[in-house]
Structure formats: structure tokens, C-alpha cells
Design a protein around this ligand. Sequence first.
Ligand code: GDP
Ligand code: IMO
Ligand code: MG
Length: 427
Amino acid sequence: MPAIVVLGAQWGDEGKGKATDLLATTDPIDYVVRTSGGHNAGHTIVVNGEKYATHLLPSGILTPGATSVIANGVVVSPEALFRELDGLVARGVEVADLKVSANAHVIASYHATIDKVTERFLGKNQIGTTGRGIGPAYADKINRVGVRVADLFDEKILREKVDAALDVRNHLLTKVYNRRAIEVDAVVEELLSYADRLQPMVCDTSLLLNQALDAGQTVLFEGAQATMLDVDHGTYPFVTSSNPVAGGVCVGAGIGPTRIDRVIGVIKAYTTRVGSGPFPTELFDDDGVQLQQLGGEIGVSTGRTRRCGWYDAVVARYASRVNGLTELFLTKLDILGAWERIPVCVAYEIDGERVDEMPMTQTEFHHAKPVYEYFDGWMSDISGCRSFDDLPANAQVYVRALEEMSGAKIWGVGVGPGREQTVVVHG
Ligand code: GDP
Ligand code: IMO
Ligand code: MG
């Protein structure tokens, strides 16, 4: 299987890191690639009880023999990149080979400043961003005033680009937000200071990956963020500023859609969301608190508590559709072992009518009330199960029911954070 996409099917934090790590260690993988987002991601991998978190780096950085790639669609903070690499090395991790696209856009410290100022300005309408400068960096890219990785190696060009980028930004900062202007010299100096260390990693990653696929090598595209956070297909404007859906992989890596063999949607056995925006199955009662506590639902990047709710099959079907999922990987089934009865949202009620698919407009989605079907719980610890037959009968029924209503077959089920805590349903 040469090209595999792993992506989030809900609002993020589904366990993409675990799924990627599992695939990268059970099959020989040659490349693990990030194609969108930046260090707003937080992916957890647990190996032999040891916990690692990656943000900008692909989880493949921990997989011996795999080359990690940060492709053109990613927004790269060199400061965050080196901090993350140094953090892993300090823990004694042997980091894998890393390649960075010359065309990837750069996040400088002023992007984070603008991100935070903009959020403050939005007041009660704020998105609840990670404050990492992701939105402002993508805005510069789309406005055609972005700085790309290759620009760091030519001071004259870099200065011109930073000058152009800050021109309008500084008007906004000083005249609208009442802040100090950002100095071009300081930004140029900051970015130049990363150039020497970055240069050996930089290459044409699109060429590299296409050549790898031509040679029959296996490439794993590790999604960040998720379908419902996609700027086109998510709950706009409460989204991130990139395309985490499967289509974004082609744009973000410079490979054609015909190259992709498997698209695996990672989905939790319940739902979580960080930041603002609509969330039909969100719980505001003890069940919500219990899901949050038992699931350890605290953000890896920002330490924020995640909002929690039941599984939403409408979201799952939508994710299957817009990503063309070939499979689902269902995580955190073990967390549901404390409930006698487990509700699953099978449809919405919107203004008195039953709706089975994602509504067309955001207004309707804001009005959506979950229609629940109830499943008997298994009331036991399943974290030691290693095959589908090991699972209690009610857990098997739950998995099969989700498969039936979610638009794609369930390839595997997570029963704990560890790499080995996985049950393969369809091998
Ligand atoms: P990502 O952003 O999609 O990679 O997910 P995060 O790492 O932000 O959040 C997922 C959390 O769930 C992490 O703490 C994982 O270690 C944990 N996790 C993943 N799969 C499972 C599972 O099947 N069971 C349990 N209990 N935890 C899991
Ligand atoms: P992983 O890869 C969960 C959310 C933020 C905010 C919105 C916009 O770990 O699943 P941004 O900083 O991207 O402009 O914030 O998107 N968000 C995530 N939520 N998991 C993530 O990544 C996220 N990355 C961004 O909370 O609501
Ligand atoms: Mg995460």
C-alpha cells in the first residue's frame, strides 16, 4: 500500500498520533508526512508506557527507518521546529531524518502576536485559536505576502518580503489595534538566525515524495486538525485556516489524487472539541465531566479542557463522504466502560424536522438537536483486549452499530493509549 492518508474525522484529538505510530511500526513505512497546519497540532504517542507529544513534526520522527517530511502545505515556525527537535533529543530520542519543503510558508513571532491580538479584538466572538500564528501565516500566504522557507537563504529577498508583509499589518496593528508596529529589521534578523540550521533539511518535497511513490515506497500522510475544523468543509468560521480533509493532502504535498490508496479517518468512540463553535452532542452534565475526566481530555498543545459529548454518526457519515474514507480507526472505546447505557446521535432534529445528513447551512447546524439511539454498555475494563472476539458482546454490538451508521468499515479499535492497545477488526 504505497500512499496512506490518516486524518481526523471529528474536531481534532481523535488519536491520529497513535494511529500513525501504529501503522508506521506494524508495516514498513518509508516516509511520514505532514501536509497542513503547523504547531497548533498536538499528537500523542505512547510507546512502552513512555509518552511523547509531537506538534509540528510528524510522529514518524520517532519511527526508526522512516524519513519525516514537512511538506509545502504546512506553516513552519523554525523556532517551534528546533525547540521540538531539541526536546526529543534531550529525552534521548534518536530522531529520524527530516526534510522540509522549500515552498512551505514560515511563521515568524509576529504571526503569533497578530493571532492573539485579533482574538482579543473579537471578544465574545473569538475562535479560541491555539494562538500559534497559524491563521495570520495562512492569511499572508493567500494575500501573496507570505515568506517561504526558501526565502530565508537570500537576505535581500527576505527583507523585501518581510517589508511587504508588514506594510499592511503594521497599519492594522497601530491604527486599529492600538499596538506598537513590528520592526522589519528585527523580523529579518530573527528569521536569518534559523537559516544555517534549516538549510540541510530543505528540499523539493513534492519531487521526493513522487519519486518515492514511483519506486513503490510507502508514504504515510499524517493529518493534523480534522474534517470539522477544515476551512471549507468544517464549522466555519470556527475552524482552522487550512484544509485537513483528504483533498488537502494532494495540495499540501504536491501529489495527485490518483496516488492515494487508503484514507483512514480516525474517530473517537465519543466526541470532543477545543475552542469555540457549534457541537450538537456536547454534554453540560455529569456525563460530560466524566467523559472529560476518564478520557483525560486536556489539550496537548494548549492545556485547555476539551468539551465532551456522545458519538455523532452524522459527523462520521459527513467525514466519510467529504474525505472518501476507505476505513475508520475508532479510538478510546475503553473510556466508555463506565456507562450502563451509551447514547449515540444518529440524526438531528432541526426546527422540528429530522435530518439524517449534515445540514447545508451553518445556521441549521447551530439549531441541530441530537436524536439519540441507546446502546447497552459493557461496564468493564477492555484495555487488555487484543482481538475483536476478546471484546465483551455489548462492545462488539456498539462497534458494529457505529460501523453500520458511519459510512466506512472500522479497520481497528483503540482500547488504550499504548501502541499495542489496539484491536484489529478488519485485517
Ligand atoms: P491527535 O491530535 O489526533 O493525535 O490526538 P491527541 O494526542 O491530541 O489526543 C488523543 C489522546 O488520546 C492522547 O492522549 C492519546 O494517548 C489518547 N489515546 C489515543 N487512542 C486511545 C485509546 O484507544 N484509548 C485511550 N484511553 N486513549 C487513547
Ligand atoms: P490536532 O492535530 C483540536 C482548533 C483550535 C481552534 C481552531 C482554530 O491535535 O488534532 P488555530 O490555532 O488552528 O487557528 O485554531 O482550531 N484546533 C485544534 N483542535 N486539535 C487540533 O490539532 C487543533 N488545531 C487547531 O482549538 O478552535
Ligand atoms: Mg491533538
